[in-house]
Design a binder for this molecule. Structure first.
Ligand code: ATP
Ligand code: MG
Length: 462
């Protein structure tokens, strides 16, 4: 690889690879930070950054796609070299674990003496496209105003090299949509990408089999019977290549009628899966969408930056675009409608249909009848969320819903005076589900219930 890089740099600049550039290449391939390379090389970090940036530019021009610190490994992993610069030869000067190279096993050419570089024209190799399976993913649809959220996610995956990211948010907030758009923006940074939904309640064994089959590129698999053995093989795949796994609808693993994050008995072993991916070293990333977080992921996110929880909240007034696109009248009432539905794109789309069907598109008339009519589809969605709650959560949320103003913690403690400890757990659980919000007001916490859920409860839950 160094010989190849040297040839490329020589051809473009007339100079051989400097020893600092060699150190940068080897360091980055070993996941070192620029600061570490600078220390080892006895120079400053800005100096390393400058040399690296020049190097990435030259390599990017050569291979025809953007190459940088975060995708060097995966890009090199995908370089398919022809017979004149064979892949085994390409990696011969790199002694780093977990680098996989592509190509078959013909012998590498003899190294030329005094290396006037051999020609390295673009036709001599090509970049293998990442292997992608998005059968379970939604279509790329119109998607407004999530630029900053997309940038944060991109930064977590590409710059911070997060191993596991949970996108959390209530139904319809746009978790699947943002994950789908994110894949589109970062797909060239990975060797393989697979999207699976757990909406059809897939047991861990089935999920693992599908993932390993795809990531290892094997149609016939002889997997060990025990879960630990299967997880070890998955981990090998995640170390061998840079993989992006997207698991959608993770909330399907959890039980109804209990506090947040309690697995259904048959899915309890997913806990081990999340812990393993979050804790052990690999170069890949698991991104998952859920209404609520697995508890071990909450713990891991507190321990290290390599596991991140990303809460997807409403679009706020940026949701105006959705209402405009749908041709809704009374623009002066948009803010109230958006607040009522918390900027949730799906809720707003469903409300838009209702407003057109029942009120000829007049928002002002729709919102004048309180609690507002939610319609069958939205009621069904809210019912699903409500059924997930424990009995005490239902009581607490009913109490909060009956108050138009935020409720003080002391008020709640007065109402649930027999079970204060249970109340604290309930409040945490409801907050993790995104159904209540808390605020510090004059040194006391106050709680508000999600306005759409409040509307559902005030309508008698039907
Ligand atoms: N930023 C956006 N702009 C326009 N439409 C959006 C946006 N985000 C999501 N949508 C649309 O809103 C609907 C709900 O989005 P999506 O299915 O991604 O939600 P979700 O959070 O995954 O919901 P669930 O938890 O039920 O799976 C979809 O029709 C989607 O296209
Ligand atoms: Mg979804």
């Amino acid at each position: 690889m160094l010989t190849w890089a040297d040839q490329v740099v020589f051809e473009k600049t007339g100079k051989h690879l400097s020893s600092l550039q060699e150190a940068i290449l080897m360091g980055v391939l070993s996941s070192q930070k620029y600061g570490d390379i600078a220390n080892q090389y006895n120079c400053t970090e800005p100096h390393v950054r400058k040399a690296a940036s020049e190097l990435w530019q030259v390599i990017s021009e050569e291979v025809g796609e953007v190459v940088n610190k975060s995708n060097l490994r995966s890009t090199f992993g995908r370089i398919q070299l022809n017979n004149s610069i064979h892949s085994a030869y390409f990696w011969k000067d790199v002694k780093i674990e977990n680098i996989s190279y592509c190509g078959n096993s013909t012998k590498p050419p003899k190294a030329k003496q005094n290396a006037p570089p051999t020609a390295t024209k673009n036709q001599q190799y090509s970049i293998i496209k990442p292997q992608i399976d998005l059968r379970d993913a939604p279509e790329l649809a119109t998607f407004d105003n999530r630029t900053s959220e997309l940038n944060t996610l991109k930064q977590s995956i590409l710059e911070k090299q997060s191993r596991m990211i949970a996108i959390l948010g209530i139904s319809g907030m746009g978790k699947s949509a943002i994950a789908r758009h994110l894949v589109e923006q970062i797909k060239t940074e990975f060797d393989c990408i697979i999207w699976r939904s757990l909406r059809s309640f897939s047991c861990l064994e089935t999920t693992l089999k599908e993932l390993i089959q795809f990531l290892s590129n094997h149609t016939e698999l002889n997997l060990p019977d025990d879960l630990d053995g299967q997880l070890a093989i998955l981990l090998e795949c995640l170390r061998d290549r840079r993989c992006l796994i997207i698991l959608d609808d993770v909330q399907c693993l959890f039980k109804d009628g209990q506090l947040v994050g309690n697995y259904q008995p048959e899915y309890q072993n997913y806990s081990k899966f999340f812990k393993l991916i979050g804790k052990l070293t690999h170069n890949s990333c698991l991104l998952f969408n859920s209404w609520e977080p697995p508890l071990e992921v909450v713990t891991l996110s507190g321990e290290s930056g390599l596991t991140q929880i990303f809460s997807l909240t409403g679009l706020g007034q940026k949701a105006t675009q959705i209402l405009k696109n749908q041709g809704l009248q009374n623009e002066e009432n948009y803010p109230e409608l958006i607040n009522l539905f918390r900027g949730n794109p799906l809720y707003l789309k469903l409300a838009n249909h209702l407003i057109k069907q029942l009120f000829g598109g007049k928002i002002s008339q729709y919102i004048s009848y309180k609690p507002v009519c939610l319609g069958d589809e939205l009621t069904q969605i809210l019912q699903q969320q409500y059924q997930r709650l424990s009995e005490l959560e239902k009581e607490a949320i009913a109490f909060l819903s009956s108050h138009p103003q935020p409720v003080l913690l002391s008020q709640l403690l007065g109402q649930f005076s027999d079970t204060p400890n249970q109340l604290f757990k309930v409040l945490l659980s409801l907050e993790r589900r995104g159904l209540i919000e808390k605020q510090n007001l004059d040194n006391e916490m106050v709680f508000t219930v999600d306005s759409v859920m409040q509307n559902y409860i005030l309508s008698g839950c039907d």
